[in-house]
Design a protein around this ligand. Structure first.
Ligand SMILES: *Cc1c(COP(=O)(O)O)cnc(C)c1O
Length: 454
């Protein structure tokens, strides 16, 4: 895997740079638009929400961005994460394929999300910010930012989607252990929350609503900034430590993946593993397959429209071009809470439009089947989100078996499921159902997309 742009790791095998795919794109990303003027936003428009260093990363065209030493120092507490070969799973499937996984569940919060929570908190601290607001669905992102806030002395307020606030008390307890304040969303603390509660007092909440509340809190308080755990370019950028490590680890193992798989909620763990490999390809290296796996009940890439849309329900964010189910679309309440977002990262959407990546959608029961089989072979219980990647890896291995092909498959095991055992209990009790979204509601949400001149 030689390349004119070397991905550089330091003596402890931590990457020295984040890799920015924007530098190697065959066609530039469509601009982010101001919701009022529909003109491209400038860095100044984003200043109420983010520190300048992150805004500059968001719009950067530099191929590599140096990771400050204090951030690498924190990464060292759990990185590099292991690249493992799932030999017992290969045997159980009787496949000639080799299956590898990169295990991100070894971080303190149990997923890939601290890879971006730590730099986001650090850059805010560098700019003198004392408070961050954010949203969380299942609680993975909220606990990651709470952890990072604790490291750098930043107060973190988390708007947690009401259903998961009630159903997942242990994630909330973890956030509070790290010192964050957790508020069930929709809440009475913001105008957007109050407006929704006035109409529907028992509203179960959604990521789109929780984002509105967190953005509003930052926009109205000069001493508060907002932090997002996926979707944005700078978030995907931070995640690229994972793929760079994987390239190095495959070199050490004397192997090379043909297929690279990640589950996609907002697209960040998929991007983190795939982009450094895709960069090699775009700079003239060999071609590989990249597969984004999404839930069939919230299929933004495979069923959504590629259009300008808001990132939140109350329409406080700028307009971004992405695959979207419409910002008013509320997906059914399946267990992979981290995949219940109406949109997809603009960068991942763009790659899908360019035909550089593939996408598939799976229902949750088939994913848990694969998750349980994986646990019984390899010992690690995957997070419900990650079971989507496991399902796809298993299907690819079975395809190899059928075709008698010895391909090398790599998937991202984005997190463990230790806080999600209620979902596994439902599965074993036979109570897990494959929910379908309402076609009528999807059509309505798509009809309500903002109009933007081509
Ligand atoms: C949040 C989460 C996801 C989905 O988010 P992406 O930005 O698409 O990566 C996937 N897996 C786990 C374990 C998560 O916590």
């Amino acid at each position: 895997m030689s390349d004119q742009v070397k991905y550089v790791l330091d003596e402890t095998q931590i990457p020295k740079f984040w890799y920015n795919l924007a530098a190697d794109l065959p066609k530039p990303l469509p601009p982010v638009l101001h919701p009022g003027t529909k003109e491209p936003v400038g860095p100044g428009d984003l200043e109420p929400l983010f520190p300048m260093a992150l805004i500059l990363q968001e719009v950067s065209a530099e191929r590599t961005i140096e990771i400050p030493e204090p951030i690498r120092d924190v990464y060292r507490t759990w990185r590099p994460t292991p690249l493992m070969r799932a030999r017992r799973l290969e045997q159980a499937l009787g496949t000639p394929a080799k299956i590898y996984y990169k295990y991100e569940g070894v971080s303190p919060a149990g997923s890939h999300k601290p890879n971006t929570a730590v730099p986001q908190a650090w850059y805010n601290k560098e700019q003198g910010i004392k408070r961050l607001s954010t949203e969380t669905g299942a609680g993975q992102w909220g606990s990651s930012l709470a952890f990072a806030g604790a490291l750098f002395g930043i107060e973190v307020t988390v708007f947690q989607v009401r259903v998961s606030y009630d159903q997942k008390p242990y994630r909330r307890a973890l956030m509070e252990t790290y010192g964050a304040r957790c508020i069930a969303s929709p809440s009475n603390e913001t105008d957007s929350g109050r407006a929704i509660l006035a109409k529907t007092p028992n509203n179960p909440g959604s990521l789109g609503i929780a984002i509105s509340e967190a953005v509003e809190m930052a926009a109205k308080n000069p001493d508060v900034k907002y932090s997002l755990g996926s979707v944005l370019n700078h978030v995907l950028l931070h995640q690229t430590v994972n793929g760079q490590e994987a390239i190095k680890q495959f070199e050490m193992a004397g192997d090379d993946p043909d297929v690279i798989i990640g589950c996609t909620g907002g697209g960040s763990n998929f991007a983190g593993l795939a982009f450094p490999f895709l960069g090699l390809q775009l700079r003239g290296g060999r071609k590989r397959r990249f597969i984004a796996v999404e839930p069939a009940a919230c299929p933004s890439l495979t069923r959504g429209k590629y259009a300008y849309d808001f990132g939140d329900t109350a329409h406080l964010t700028p307009l971004v071009k992405m695959h979207t189910l419409g910002s008013t679309f509320i997906p059914p309440g399946f267990h992979a809470g981290g995949l219940r977002y109406h949109g997809m990262a603009p960068m991942v959407s763009h790659l899908y439009e360019l035909g550089l990546i593939e996408a598939v959608a799976y229902h949750q029961k088939a994913c848990f089947d694969a998750g349980v089989q994986f646990a019984r072979c390899e010992g690690i219980v995957p997070a419900p989100e990650a079971t989507h990647a496991v399902r796809c890896a298993v299907d690819e291995a079975l395809r190899c078996k059928q075709m008698g092909k010895a391909e090398t498959i790599l998937f991202n095991l984005s997190g463990h499921g230790h806080f999600d055992m209620a979902a596994y209990i439902s599965y074993f009790e036979g109570k897990l159902i494959d929910q379908k979204y309402d076609e009528g509601e999807l059509a309505m949400a798509l009809a309500g997309l903002p109009s933007v001149a081509a």
